[in-house]
Design a protein around this ligand. Structure first.
Ligand code: OAD
Length: 238
């Protein structure tokens, strides 16, 4: 492990882009998607996380997201989330781009944050696109409605859907000029976030990865810190 080198790069940096995935919340008890015990081992994504699945059976889809929302709401941020809050506080130009919908980054205190796949605590009106907190909605036969009675869906990016306008543009614009790109707890199987890391590196950033196992980003990483983020991040964020 090049802990020392990673720590040094972060100590010298004035601009940092962080990209996180499900692995950063694993130590908070939230299941990841792939690998042993992953959500996509026990469930079929096409039955639950697509517009077609929602059109077919909105009640089933809401049931699944309500189950996940409960797990997320009962979890608490871990030392990895907290280390990133600390990093944000001392880096001049900072952006955290997360694929996670669990809300643990904002609950830990991250503010310069884009949740590119949405948030499990939010719903969206299917007609007007208005985003609102799930807890403000009205449940009717297992399906959530906007307070004005129109149908709502989870505010989550589903398979087959395009990223929302602007989200990736902001991240790309930022990635163009950063000293360090820190990638934490993602398999890199979902393409745009992994491509963002490589784009940042090609634009001049040092690419540091934190993950106990190798994934799609690892062959590109300048430094791979092979370990759990709850242990590694506090070590490198001085
Ligand atoms: P994955 O489940 O694909 O990958 C989780 C990653 O976390 C793996 O690389 C693990 O090795 C790593 N990991 C496990 N424990 C860890 C720990 N303690 N510390 C650090 N890393 C650890 O999850 P994502 O890459 O986030 O999309 O998946 C990307 C997207 O695919 C998700 O946002 C979701 C899913 O389909 C949508 O729902 C749109």
């Amino acid at each position: 492990m090049s802990l020392f080198s990673a720590r040094q790069h972060l100590a010298d940096a004035t601009s940092v882009l962080v990209i996180t995935g499900a692995g950063i919340s694993a130590e908070s008890g939230i299941p990841t998607f792939r690998g042993e015990g992953g959500l996509w081992k026990g469930f079929q994504a096409q039955d639950l996380a697509t517009p077609q699945a929602f059109a077919r059976d909105p009640k089933l889809v809401w049931e699944w997201y309500s189950w996940r929302r409960q797990i997320c709401n009962e979890a608490t941020p871990n030392a990895g989330h907290e280390a990133l809050v600390h990093l944000e506080g001392r880096i001049e130009r900072f952006l955290l781009t997360t694929q996670n919908v669990d809300g643990l980054h904002p609950r830990a205190g991250s503010r310069k944050l884009i949740e590119i796949h949405g948030c499990i605590d939010d719903a969206r009106c299917t007609e007007t696109g208005r985003v609102f907190p799930v807890e403000d909605g009205i449940w009717q036969d297992g399906v959530l409605l906007h307070p004005d009675g129109t149908q709502a869906r989870p505010h989550i990016l589903w398979f087959g859907e395009n990223y929302w306008d602007g989200t990736l543009d902001v991240a790309h614009g930022f990635a163009r000029k950063v000293d360090v790109c820190l990638v934490v707890g993602t398999s890199g199987m979902v393409y745009p976030p992994a491509a963002l890391a490589v784009f940042a590196q090609r634009s001049g950033a040092t690419l540091i990865e934190v993950n106990p196992r190798a994934g799609q980003v690892t062959p590109h990483a300048d430094i791979w810190l092979q370990g759990p983020s709850g242990e590694v991040l506090p070590e490198i964020v001085g």
